[in-house]
Design a protein around this ligand. Structure first.
Ligand code: I3S
Length: 128
């Protein structure tokens, strides 16, 4: 991960490759579409860049436009129930805007780290 800019007061910085799908958008259920995404947490924003598998191609190149971003402020994160996905190690992320995402990694420690970071980011309420 690149270090956060000096002028920024962002408390959290994390990145990596995760499998992601939206399940609800603006309160409406949408069809699952699992995609491997380069995922970056910057402050209270989670960014997903489709198909990007390393930091250099995303930050070093000119493909700096993320596929989509999620505002974590006022959202929630929890381990997804079995009904939400048959996959292992799945998190359910809900935003205040009514978007629900599932994020997953085959690697237990990877998703557990994301869970901790996201939960800390959301639960500190540091944006208030
Ligand atoms: O919750 P669902 O509907 O069982 O989710 C599965 C489907 O979205 C499936 O795609 P199509 O039904 O559009 O072909 C995906 O391939 C699966 O990965 C989804 O289930 P999991 O349990 O993997 O999240």
């Amino acid at each position: 991960c690149p270090s956060s800019p000096k002028h920024s007061s962002t408390p959290s910085e994390k990145c990596g490759v995760l499998n992601v799908t939206k399940i609800t958008e603006n309160g409406k259920k949408v069809r699952k579409n699992w995609t491997s995404s380069w995922t970056v947490l910057q402050g209270f924003t989670l960014l997903f860049a489709k198909g990007q598998t390393n930091a250099t191609s995303w930050f070093g190149g000119n493909q700096s436009k993320p596929e989509f971003t999620v505002d974590l402020r006022g959202g929630s994160v929890e381990w997804a129930s079995k009904e939400k996905s048959s996959k292992k190690h799945v998190l359910e992320l809900k935003t205040r805007q009514g978007t629900e995402l599932l994020i997953q990694s085959e690697i237990d420690s990877v998703i557990t780290d994301w869970y901790k970071t996201l939960a800390e980011t959301i639960n500190t309420h540091a944006w208030e």
